[in-house]
Write a protein that binds this ligand. Sequence first.
Ligand code: ZN
Length: 485
Amino acid sequence: MPANSPGPEKQFAFEIIERNSKAVALLNDSIFYFGELGLEEHETVRLMSGLLAKEGFKIETGVAGFPTGMLATYGSGKPVIALHTECDANPDNSQVSGVCERKAIIAGAPGHCEGHNSNAAVMVAGAIAVKRAMERFALAGTLKVFVAPAEEQLLSRPYFVRDGYFADVDCAFHDHIGGEFATTYGLTHSAAVSAKFIFLGESVHAATAPWKGRDALDGVMMMDAGMAQYREHMTPAMRAHRVVTEGGLQPNVIPARASIWWYFRDATAEGARLLFEQAKKIARGAAMMTNTSVEVEVLSAVWPVRGNQTLAELVSGNIELAGMPEWTPAEQDFAKALQVAAGVQATGLGLAPSPLKGPATQRAAANDCGDVSWVVPMGRLTFPGNVPEAPFHHWSAGSALATSIAHKGAVAGAKALAASAIDIFLDPSIAARARETFAVEIGGTKYAPLIPLDQKPPLDLNRAEMEKWREKMRAHYVTEKVEFA
Ligand SMILES: [Zn+2]
């Protein structure tokens, strides 16, 4: 396998990434402190696209109708390799980095407590190294770099795929932070449909003439009751969970409008679709019995994520080549103290990459990169930028994200990512082989987007929340400029 011999091209890429380890760290930290929610990643994308534009990538913004969707392209012709990842934060996840306690930078503000900031830094650093290697060694082909907004809302990549952005792509790679340096193949995540059910009734004084009103909140509650009854008939991998997003304004006014937002999940796209269809029946029943009406708004719908075995073998070889970062005793002590504070086993930081195992055990969680993985062979890289077992979206998974642990993990991740793309540019027969194994892996499954064909992305999900905090957060932005030498 070419992955097991560094070769001058990969050596060259590794040197670029190492030489720029400070830029990688600054990029990682800049995005951490932007702490931008999905669809509001304006500062983040401006920084990423600026760096890639300076390298000579052609930048397209507004991908698939997303203002923060970006595609940076370098080169031309075959093979076409795509890198894609997310960069969004979560609400109320503001967390001071480098401490072993829950401590917000700004109480209540959004922040990174998973590490999508590092995902973005790895992708940009990896892309710059690949581009420079393509230039230096005259490697033919096209490198496409996608920033996918609002992964936490499972939002953008199904739209990218539906709108043809992956139509000419031969292989794709997705990088994601974790507590280990690893890759796998097979089904890793489940399918999900995210939809809002809006019940509409009629307001009236709830004491003086309630018989004249039609209570939209009753519709929401009856739907919830109907779904609870239906759980008995759900298959084991199905999941349904919800929040009530509107429930009226005050008790003496019968609510004319109420809404409930659901995620429906299953191991297969078809299963998630069937569960959604059942939920729509229950909603119609709830509307009928409460004299209300119901409108259904699909926010997003994603296929399960799958990893291709050929690309997993390639990535695994490059993980070995990049090697686990060498952690200092201080980093190990911090990691263990953080694990104790998070209530997980104090194993410290991993000392070696995880050997390739597969097929993966499919998780109930979803990632919106799933759709990509059913139209092109996809390799998935987990890089060791966070403390093992720190639970995502918990403060403890934010505490290492602007420390040397994230910085070293990002450098290692960028190397493995860059090396994997370089391998295919050097030997496009790997892409052909990945296509063959991909065809066997998906079998007879025909991909069709789960999102409606005419669906427009909802763009204002997080606008009000982000506007509430952005000015206060600006005071914490990293002021030093990110520059790749
Ligand atoms: Zn994630």
